[in-house]
Design a protein around this ligand. Structure first.
Ligand SMILES: Nc1nc2c(ncn2[C@@H]2O[C@H](COP(=O)(O)OP(=O)(O)OP(=O)(O)O)[C@@H](O)[C@H]2O)c(=O)[nH]1
Ligand SMILES: [Mg+2]
Length: 278
């Protein structure tokens, strides 16, 4: 018998997860227009595929341990280990949404990005280079409009293929100021966690995340603390904030060449050159 495939829908509040869940499962769940609607996990089966389960997770901005929604989502991802995460990204707020994406890529679970709300981007006349975004993130990116039922079939195919291949994503590296510290922590804990979650735990330990289910020796803890303290002194910043800044720098560098806003001027560059030279 074929084994069950489990797909988890994760993303920022109001990015369209429940709308997508309804499209994927053919069920109808109330969709509100305000953030924080989905606090419980909701499970259904993919339309016509009872062997594929879809989980609608609460909306979150980060995988930190501060809100109930974050704790529910990250515990589900790390403890239940779904076969693939569909990261529902609101393309009209791309930069902010990718902050969570960078963290999902660190869990070691295959990720497919649904670049949702593409209807808004098209209406604005903006252009996103999806192929470049996919290359930069190191995971498949599929354009969708959950509200209009667009791109759903492509998304399902990409998610099932990723679940089948089981290839963990290659998360981005931080700058040379911070990356060595993360790698030192990875080396210190490599025998205490599974290889696929190594980077996730190293980063969370660096952030002094208080809710990690991880048994470390006193010696490991002291060595890790030393690595963190050295980096904090060098950066003149506190560890969690160092990682936040690293993510934003990384994302804005990535987005520059990928997101083209509709040009606002009346003339294109070549029009202007023509006017100047003639
Ligand atoms: N224009 C547009 N609107 C969309 C799209 N997908 C969802 N929406 C709308 O965005 C709003 C939020 O959608 P939800 O599906 O509730 O978002 P969610 O991610 O489940 O939100 P939380 O459960 O609060 O985290 C609703 O008003 C949807 O109709 C889309 O592709 N395009
Ligand atoms: Mg929802």
């Amino acid at each position: 018998m074929r084994q069950e495939v489990r797909i988890a829908l994760a993303g920022n509040p109001n990015s369209g997860k429940t709308t997508m869940f309804n499209e994927l499962t053919g069920t109808y769940q109330h969709v509100g227009n305000w953030p924080g609607v989905t606090v419980e996990k909701k499970e259904g089966s993919l339309k016509g595929r009872r062997d594929v389960k879809v989980m609608d997770l609460p909306g979150i901005y980060s995988l930190s341990p501060y809100t109930l929604e974050e704790v529910i989502s990250r515990n589900y991802l790390l403890e239940e280990e779904p076969d693939v995460i569909i990261d529902i990204v609101d393309a009209s707020n791309l930069e902010r949404n990718l902050y969570l994406t960078t963290q999902l890529l660190e869990t070691g679970i295959p990720v497919v990005v649904a670049l949702n709300m593409m209807d808004i981007i098209i209406n604005r006349g903006d252009v996103i280079d999806t192929e470049k975004l996919s290359e930069a993130l190191g995971c498949p990116v599929v354009e969708t409009s959950a509200m209009r039922g667009k791109g759903i079939e492509n998304l399902v195919q990409a998610a099932l293929a990723a679940a089948d291949e089981k290839t963990p994503p290659t998360p981005g590296r931080f700058s040379d100021d911070v990356e060595p510290a993360i790698q030192k922590i990875e080396a210190l804990i490599k025998d205490s966690v599974s290889q696929k979650s190594l980077r996730w735990y190293a980063i969370k330990l660096f952030e002094r995340d208080g809710k990690l289910a991880l048994a470390l020796s006193e010696q490991q803890k002291q060595q890790i603390e030393k690595v963190i303290a050295e980096c904090e002194t060098a950066q003149e910043d506190e560890a969690e904030s160092i990682i936040t800044s690293e993510r934003y720098v990384y994302i804005s560098g990535m987005i520059g060449p990928i997101y083209k806003k509709k040009s606002v001027g009346k003339f294109t560059v070549s029009d202007r050159i023509d006017r100047i030279v003639t």
